[in-house]
Design a protein around this ligand. Structure first.
Ligand code: ADP
Ligand code: ZN
Length: 521
């Protein structure tokens, strides 16, 4: 038997692991040999080793650019524990501490140095880089360079200087989120045209995806936790800080060990709640998306969404925090049309430019498509990331294939109603018109005189709402940019109106109860 490769030897003796996972071995070989790399690997896939091992194999110090200060600290602590000479430079160090790290770096005493991007591009640090011996550059969370992405960091743009200033030093960029457009942007903006791409599968087979229609979301969540996850650790994502607080309090009332977490809380309480979540068993963290980046808790048994994430990337990233130990975990979400309204208003009212808003609208619409999908969720999610797969047998639609009903005719009526009332009313009103209800608003606009008034009495309100959701998801309707949840037809509506494209809805299996949440469907 031949001796193990130096990489494997390091893996075993420094990190204590027996084998590389997935693409790790190939990436390590490539970078250790001086090649540039672009690594797409899902969260929890093991990206850190992809630059840590080559940094130890190469001469000089590996410089790691990371935007996450908390993560830097953790990684450096862990590396020191393993006996690796590692340090970080960020705003948490005072001047003396920073100077000591700089000295050690230039003196060649470090094997890994973590730096925040804003610091890396300062003249002072660029000067240090010239004097030190750099073995490689690792650019973590590389999608931050993308203006399309959800966490754009302008400082990342300046990282392109590394290509010019250090042509002989290999660069490895890593990310867990990149659709095709983002990937292209990373390549051009980070000057990685020559880099070899390593794309891992994004499949998380142990995650069971379930997306339910929102009725009374909190009650549904409670039922889900009690039925499937009594005493388990989990994360519940909500959109607003207030909802985080309310939901955590409400769950505690129901004797679930729930804690809140959002950026508006004082730093101490936040840190304490995070520690409790990580250390104790069976804590349910109710949080905004401020929570989770860099949290490495392997036994999170469920991730629940009470509000719709604004893109499939976000959904994937957030649900990806479940089941990192490889054991079964649930990704559960309750969603309703109101979520779409709210997010659309946030997009339209946001500060982004028109081009950016268009991107955001498309991402939201893909997310909505996933919610309304009647086929395998995994196929839909992975398809979004450009990966083909077969029906998984481990999502709600695979486990309980929805019985489908042809609602093509209802779709035509629903679209006509949008058209006849002038492309500007919300679902509640449209359904009133279809069902022939003489509401004050119907009277005010004389909509009892349009031809679609009362033509939909045979179909109940929840079904009409589902028809509208599907039409939105399929792009036949969009939210009117004027706001107020008004719907307007798009060019794609024509195929439905002509009957060229059928519309199938899942058959309702349970009776619908609105608990004072009339508009939540
Ligand atoms: P990522 O940055 O991709 O989210 P990490 O690098 O933090 O992932 O790794 C996730 C977890 O997997 C860590 O706990 C890490 O120690 C573990 N891990 C990574 N590679 C291996 C491996 N080859 N063998 C065993 N465990 C690994
Ligand atoms: Zn499936």
């Amino acid at each position: 038997m031949s001796a193990p490769s130096p990489a494997l030897h390091l893996l075993e003796h420094v990190f204590g692991y027996r084998a590389f996972r997935g693409e790790q071995a190939a990436i390590v070989d490539h970078v250790a040999a001086g090649g540039d790399a672009l690594v797409l690997m899902p969260t929890g896939g093991g990206k850190s080793l992809c630059y840590q091992v080559p940094a130890l194999l190469r001469e000089g110090c590996g410089v790691v650019v990371s935007p996450l200060i908390a993560l830097m600290q953790d990684q450096v602590d862990a590396l020191k524990e393993l006996g690796v000479a590692a340090a970080f430079l960020n705003s948490t160090l005072d001047a003396d501490e920073a100077r000591e790290v700089e000295r050690a770096f230039v003196a060649g005493e470090l094997k890994l140095l973590y730096v925040a991007p804003e610091r890396l591009v300062t003249p002072r640090f660029q000067n240090l880089l010239q004097r030190a011996h750099v073995g490689l550059f690792a650019i973590d969370e590389a999608h931050c360079v993308s203006a399309w992405g959800h966490d754009f960091r302008p400082e990342y743009l300046a990282l392109s200087v590394l290509a010019d200033e250090f042509p002989g030093v290999p660069r490895i960029a890593l990310t867990a989120t990149a659709d095709h457009a983002t990937r292209q942007e990373m390549i051009t903006r980070l000057r990685l045209e020559q880099a070899r791409q390593f794309v891992s599968s994004f499949d998380r087979p142990n995650l069971r995806y379930t997306i339910v229609e929102k009725k009374s979301a909190r009650e549904q969540l409670l039922t889900f936790i009690r039925r499937e996850h009594e005493g388990d650790s989990g994360i519940v994502y909500c959109l607003s800080r207030k909802k985080v607080e309310d939901t955590a309090a409400w769950l505690r009332d129901k004797e679930i060990k729930a804690l809140p977490y959002h950026a508006g809380m004082d730093a101490q309480t936040r840190a304490r709640n995070q520690q409790t979540f990580i250390r104790d068993e069976g804590v349910v963290m109710v949080a905004t998306i401020a929570f989770g980046m860099g949290i490495d808790k392997p036994d999170v048994r469920f991730v629940a969404h009470l509000d719709l994430p604004k893109s499939i990337e976000n959904y994937y990233q957030e649900t990806g925090r479940g089941g990192r130990d490889g054991l079964p975990a649930d990704a559960w979400m309750a969603y309703g049309l109101n979520d779409v309204m709210l997010l659309t208003e946030m997009i339209e009212g946001g500060a982004s430019g028109e081009e950016q808003k268009r991107v955001e609208r498309n991402k939201l619409s893909a997310m909505l498509g996933l919610c309304e999908a009647t086929g395998c969720r995994r196929v839909a999610i992975l398809g979004y990331f450009g990966e083909e797969t077969h029906a998984c047998g481990n999502c709600d639609n695979c486990l309980n294939p929805p019985k489908l009903i042809d609602r093509s005719e209802a779709a035509q009526k629903a679209l006509s109603c949008v058209f006849r009332t002038g492309n500007r009313f919300g679902v509640g009103h449209l359904v009133d018109v279809l069902q022939g209800k003489l509401s004050p608003k119907v009277k005010e606009f004389c909509h009892d005189r349009v031809s679609t008034f009362g033509i939909g009495k045979d179909i109940d309100e929840p079904t009409w709402r589902a028809v509208y959701r599907q039409l939105l998801a399929r792009g036949a309707l969009r939210l009117n940019p004027e706001g107020h949840g008004g719907l307007e037809m798009t060019d794609s509506a024509r195929v439905f109106l002509r009957g060229d494209e059928p519309l199938y809805l899942r058959a309702r299996t349970e009776k619908f109860h609105y608990r004072g949440e009339r508009d939540s469907g």
